[in-house]
Design a protein around this ligand. Structure first.
Ligand SMILES: [Zn+2]
Ligand SMILES: [Zn+2]
Length: 235
């Protein structure tokens, strides 16, 4: 079962109940753990039953409350190996992006904002399974950006590999670690079959989502790219 968690600030958070236990995907901005805990209890679950907190990537609107949620529940954090260094107090210093503002905070302050330094993090690799979800690595937005695919639910958690705020789009260059890679990252999603897509930003697609993503990828990377003006605007 998949449920969107209400009251979370930042990106959209999801509760996933699988045969491999409960997981929260992207619990949201700093402080949002309270809304997540409240929702878990409303579902008749004990917070200690939460087994995994899974991050699609390290950005603070997805990950800011991850440490607090892990501490409140005993859940284990899972994220891609390439994004894990960004959760430490001394983060890699990449070129400036909007979310990269945290890089310029003093380490002691940044630690409370974005750090999971004390967590026993499970470092994910492409193709691994966590909480019944298959990891699909799509670097570009961040080095360790992932989608999470549930074959049994016929669903894909897209993270920020694509957003659906004004139709399907890859994120703008202002928030991408490597913009050219971010634009190509959705290509891999064409290999997967799923009815539903759940985004970090924008409404879910609840039927034929794989088809819509495939059409987007073909338009973007096919021999006759459509929407040239939209492409231009993102550069
Ligand atoms: Zn986001
Ligand atoms: Zn992001």
């Amino acid at each position: 079962m998949i449920q969107r968690i209400p009251g979370v600030r930042g990106a959209q958070a999801y509760l996933v109940q699988s045969s491999d236990g409960f997981a929260v995907i992207d619990p949201g901005y700093t402080g949002s753990y309270r809304a997540v805990l409240q929702f878990i209890i409303q579902q008749g679950l004990q917070p200690t039953e939460l087994r995994w907190v899974i991050l699609t990537h390290h950005h603070i609107d997805h990950a800011g409350t991850a440490l607090a949620l892990c501490e409140a529940t005993g859940a284990r954090l899972a994220m891609h190996r390439a994004d894990a260094p960004y959760m430490r107090a001394v983060r890699p210093r990449d070129r400036m992006t909007f979310w990269g503002l945290a890089d310029y905070l003093p380490a002691r302050v940044a630690r409370y904002l974005v750090s999971c330094a004390e967590c026993d993090v499970r470092l994910l690799e492409d193709g691994e399974t966590v909480a019944g979800l298959t990891v699909v690595h799509g670097p570009g937005h961040t080095p360790g950006s992932i989608c999470l695919w549930s074959e049994s639910e016929s669903a894909l958690f897209v993270g920020d590999v694509l957003n659906n705020e004004r139709g399907l789009r890859t994120p703008p260059w202002t928030v991408n670690h490597r913009h050219a890679m971010a634009k190509l990252a959705p290509r891999r999603l064409s290999e997967l079959r799923y009815q539903q897509a759940f985004f970090g930003h924008g409404p879910a697609i609840l039927a034929d989502a794989d088809q819509q993503v495939r059409e987007f990828v073909e338009q973007r990377t096919g021999p006759h790219p459509a929407l040239p003006r939209e492409r231009g605007r993102e550069i």
